[in-house]
Design a protein around this ligand. Structure first.
Ligand code: P6P
Length: 338
């Protein structure tokens, strides 16, 4: 038992690394841990209980809201509101940012942005899904309700970020800017145990992840990179392998462990791509940089982009440094859109 280091113990142990000191961020991460356990329990029995169908509503993205989407959103909001570190949240499932109005939360220092259940279209087919979160210190005065500016900060101002992947095992992966660490959930103990300390992504990989069904609509530079991946050049470990689950957290996590690149480019019909800057791209970008990889929109570092809207989308290229740099070079050499 002595060699088990739980997430709670690790957070406290690393507390002195937090630039914001005190136990507030530790306690905030603790509330995310609690919500993750609750959502994990429901996902694991989703096939048994009628909560996997759509509630009939649509989120701001015009996507069917799955019952588990709504459930996860509610549980993470409740867990964050229950403690006194967070003054408000923004979520893929909420049209506007939600200000917590309890006296408890008004003097809170942090805001949280999240995709409570990413990849939810995979829920009904039992494929891994995930929760993604991003944490900032508020910029508006403590004691007042949070403002848009609190939520529209560039990713380079994140104080913490992470994801939970509900897969063959459930893992919570996070960073506070001092490395990226993974914890595997042991349901028999009800704790997340440190399983991957200081995670690193290889600077090269042989896996490329993209929805090639959209090939005809990709920018020319992306088309050229896909053909580069498929060329038969054994001395350069090509052709690569194509792996695409359709769940960002699952594709990201596999590529992190094995080396690879995930791409969701702009297309003729979606000029800004599909993924959301604030609660998908920024947290994943923070994590990948902590693991030695990079994330860009094809030209600019994701975390340097200045957000303008809560649900704005950006093209997204993330993973092994040399692979992202290669597709950026193709995009620069072939700037035409089609
Ligand atoms: P497509 C899920 O909806 C998501 O946001 C990501 O998790 C996933 O990588 C992507 O969209 C899949 O999109 O258009 O390939 O089905």
């Amino acid at each position: 038992m002595s060699d088990i280091r739980t997430l709670g113990e690790f957070i406290v142990e690393k507390q002195t690394d937090f630039p914001h000191a005190s136990g507030e961020l530790s306690s905030l991460l603790g509330s995310i841990k609690l919500a993750a356990k609750i959502v994990n329990r429901e996902i694991n029995k989703a096939g048994l209980v009628d909560i996997t169908g759509s509630v009939g509503g649509e989120n701001i993205q015009g996507e069917d809201q799955q019952k588990l989407d709504v459930y996860a959103n509610d549980k993470f909001k409740a867990a964050l509101e229950a403690r006194d570190q967070v003054c408000g949240v923004a979520s893929e499932e909420e049209d506007e940012a939600v200000a917590f109005n309890k006296e408890l939360n008004r003097n809170s220092k942090y805001v949280v942005l999240m995709d409570p259940l990413d990849g939810s279209s995979n829920i009904d087919v039992n494929v891994s899904v995930g929760t993604i979160f991003s944490i900032y210190q508020r910029v508006s005065p403590v004691g007042t309700p949070p403002t848009q500016e609190d939520f529209l900060q560039p990713g380079n101002r994140q104080v913490a970020a992470g994801y939970i992947i509900y897969g063959s095992s459930t893992m919570l992966v996070y960073t506070t800017g001092n490395g990226m660490h993974g914890f595997t959930y042991d349901p028999s103990l009800g704790v997340f145990c440190l399983s991957h300390e200081n995670m690193r992504i290889p600077e090269d990989g042989r896996i490329y992840s993209i929805n090639e069904g959209n090939y005809i609509r990709f920018p020319m530079g992306v088309k050229k990179y896909i053909k580069h991946c498929q060329e038969d050049v054994p001395e350069d470990n090509r052709p690569y392998t194509s792996r695409y689950i359709g769940s960002l957290v699952a594709d990201f996590h596999r590529n992190l462990l094995k080396g690879g690149i995930y791409m969701y480019p702009s297309t003729a019909t979606h000029p800004n791509g599909k993924l959301r800057l604030l609660y998908e791209c920024n947290p994943m970008a923070f994590l990948i940089e902590q693991a030695g990889g990079i994330a860009s929109d094809g030209k600019t570092r994701i975390m340097d982009l200045k957000p303008t809207e809560l649900h704005q989308r950006v093209p997204f290229f993330v993973g092994s440094t040399n692979m992202v740099r290669k597709v950026e070079a193709f995009l620069e050499e072939y700037p035409e859109q089609q």
